[in-house]
Design a protein. Structure first.
Length: 68
């Protein structure tokens, strides 16, 4: 759609609707602005924050009867 076609439609609107169209155009411009990219995590940045107990792989006592 070309600008002349849009302008011809805009020119027949009453002033209060032109103000709404202007506000909507401002909204679209703000929406289209590039947002800053989020920081990417660095490999190993969570080192030392997660703990797995040494007996993690040991059978659970609740399943002792099942395992026999």
């Amino acid at each position: 759609m070309d600008s002349v076609h849009i302008y011809s439609k805009l020119s027949i609107l009453p002033d209060e609707l032109k103000a709404e169209v202007s506000d909507f155009i401002d909204f679209l411009i703000q929406k289209n602005k590039k947002k800053p990219s989020s920081k990417k995590p660095i490999f190993g940045c969570a080192k030392g924050q997660i703990y797995i107990s040494p007996d993690f792989d040991e059978p659970l006592e609740d399943f002792k009867e099942y395992m026999e």
